[in-house]
Ligand binder design. Structure first.
Ligand code: PMV
Length: 319
């Protein structure tokens, strides 16, 4: 084994369209946020202490041996097994992140991805994106029960993806073709929302009235298919109305919130071509499609409507 050192990072993500319906087998489109990242650094630790975690942003520090069931401890153990480590290394794993937590930006999956890759680096191994994604998926299940797998996938591959869950892996994962770049503003409601809560509520509603929810999910799928076509054709103008339709469906599915709707309305009034919540909902972030003329007024409107921060991402053209 080489020196007990390694570092890795992983991006945040947003879901452009298709969240929630994606848990029920419909397609969704997700984009990496390469400028906003989580980092994991492995350094040598005290002899005999095993793995120590230090997560200053989460204000947490713990020994794996004292909290083996913690999701990140469990992730490290599974990763070591995957790396065929014969004994527990004495290391410190320091985790930092620029990604706001519980806001739909994939902070949990990004932290987990960075940890898996940093451990692989320590063991001189290069895991494939598919392998990293599978390890992180297992860890995500500890946080929210029935994740679709889209977060770990877009973050591990770090490219725009079309994702469709199948009942058994492998899920359908395709790189997305984007013919013309576009810009999104990401407005944070400042309301922290754990994804498993709206996901659980949607499941209860679906169980009570499957026909209604299956029909809503089908309408979301239709939006996502049209969005794929618009992106492939470089038809950015078609994208705005699709985001608006997706927001409307998410409201009917029951995962929007007054804070999200205030930001969506403010963005649209200020000229955004489209806007919707992104991710689990009930809080977290929304996205707004802007152009060079509307970017400044939309940013100002979001802040005036109560956004705690506004991030910008330019989605570049791809294959
Ligand atoms: O992690 P979030 O909040 O971006 O939500 C993920 C998207 C959902 O479709 C709501 C859940 C899932 O597992 O796909």
């Amino acid at each position: 084994m080489g020196p007990m050192k390694g570092h890795a990072s992983a991006p945040g993500k947003i879901i452009l369209c298709g969240e929630h319906a994606v848990v029920y087998g419909r397609p969704a489109i997700a984009l990496p946020l390469s400028g906003i990242r989580a980092h994991a650094s492995v350094t040598a630790g005290a002899a005999g202490l095993g793995i120590r975690f230090d997560a200053p942003d989460l204000r947490r520090r713990w020994l794996l041996s004292a909290a083996p069931n913690d999701p990140l401890s469990a992730l490290a153990l599974t990763t070591l097994r995957r790396l065929e480590a014969v004994e527990m290394p004495d290391i410190q794993i320091t985790v930092t992140s620029d990604i706001p937590i519980a806001s739909g930006l994939g902070s949990g999956a990004a932290i987990a991805t960075a940890i898996v890759r940093a451990l692989a680096a320590v063991f001189g191994r290069d895991l494939s994106a598919a392998e990293v994604s599978a390890l992180v998926y297992e860890s995500e299940q500890r946080y929210h029960g029935t994740p679709s797998g889209i977060d770990n996938t877009v973050i591990a591959y770090e490219q725009a993806i079309w994702f469709q869950r199948r009942s058994e892996p492998p899920h359908l994962i395709e790189p997305l073709s984007i013919a013309a770049p576009f810009t999104l503003l990401i407005g944070d409601t400042g309301v922290r929302s754990a994804t498993r809560l709206p996901v659980g509520e949607v499941r209860r509603r679906w169980q009570n009235d499957p026909a209604r929810y299956e029909a809503l999910f089908d309408q979301v799928a239709d939006v996502v298919h049209q969005a794929r076509r618009a992106l492939a054709e470089g038809d950015v103008a078609a994208l705005g109305p699709l985001l608006i339709r997706n927001q409307n469906l998410l409201e009917q599915i029951g995962v929007s919130s007054p804070e999200l709707e205030r930001l969506v309305a403010a963005a649209r009034r200020a000229g955004a071509a489209g806007a919707k919540l992104s991710g689990g909902g009930w809080g977290g972030v929304m996205i707004a499609l802007v152009d060079p003329e509307t970017i400044t007024p939309v940013r100002t409107a979001l802040l005036e409507a109560g956004a705690t921060q506004v991030l910008e991402t330019i989605v570049s053209a791809s294959a």
